[in-house]
Design a protein around this ligand. Structure first.
Ligand SMILES: [Zn+2]
Length: 252
């Protein structure tokens, strides 16, 4: 039984349904209600909770309708800008769903109140699951709409410190474009070449892993000598290098 069901929506958005207990599920960033209701009905699942990573319309669009249809609860990091919110998620808080403990990780950067959700592994043989919204993408990261580069860099560092095997599920499928950009930065990075070729052949974007992101995502690699050399900034601080990469990606 797959515990995470991925539902593509609105072109490049990714909605995730997570089964935590027999037929009980939560949904992360339901941009569209119809496709979620359809998935619930097909599998006879009971929606108890909506987790929101940030307030942008393409992450909350279906929440009101889902709440109306199912009576589920809405949890997110922004008490002011998420309509119908029932509980404000606090940094480091553990939300309990059945046997799953889900940790809230505050990740300001894309927005000032962005959060990620980390399902802690329940035993040593299991990998954790991380929903990153528009903070970390496969091969990329979100734009800086409300915060500076330092905040985003620090948020990305928090995610990078999670175990290597952690499964990463992001809010949009921008993977192809992200790896095309990554290759312009590191033309000799074999892992990036491999990923780009996989994606071009229709390989799945999600889940990625923290290890894969640390190996192929230029933004997470801002602190490495390889990226600093590539940008001809050998002595620059990590944040400065990250900010330069973000500037380049904004006009890519
Ligand atoms: Zn967003």
């Amino acid at each position: 039984m797959d515990s995470v069901i991925t539902i593509p929506a609105l072109g490049d958005n990714l909605i995730y349904v997570y089964r935590y207990n027999r037929n009980d599920v939560l949904v992360v960033d339901p941009s569209d209600s119809a496709s979620v209701l359809n998935a619930l009905k097909q599998r006879d699942l009971n929606l108890t909770t909506i987790l929101i990573t940030h307030h942008h319309w393409d992450h909350i669009g279906g929440a009101a309708e889902l709440k109306k249809e199912t009576g589920c609860k809405v949890i997110g990091g922004d008490g002011r800008r998420i309509p119908g919110i029932d509980q404000v998620a606090e940094d480091k808080q553990i939300l309990q769903f059945g046997n799953s403990g889900i940790e809230v990780v505050a990740t300001p950067g894309h927005t000032s109140t962005s959060v990620c959700y980390y399902v802690q592994p329940s035993n040593a043989n299991e990998n954790g699951i991380l929903w990153t919204g528009d903070t970390l993408f496969v091969g990329g990261c979100g734009r800086l709409f409300e915060c500076n580069a330092r905040s985003m860099w620090e948020s990305l560092q928090k995610l990078a410190s999670l175990p290597d095997g952690t499964l990463v599920y992001c809010g949009h499928d921008y993977t192809l474009e992200n790896y095309e950009f990554a290759l312009t930065i590191e033309p000799d990075n074999q892992a990036v070449k491999q990923r780009l070729s996989d994606v071009r052949q229709g390989g799945q974007s999600v889940p990625s892993t923290i290890l894969q992101e640390k190996t192929t995502n230029p933004f997470l690699r801002s602190g490495t000598p390889e990226i600093k050399a590539a940008l001809k900034m050998p002595r620059a601080g990590d944040t400065e290098v990250f900010a330069e990469l973000r500037r380049r990606k904004d006009v890519f």
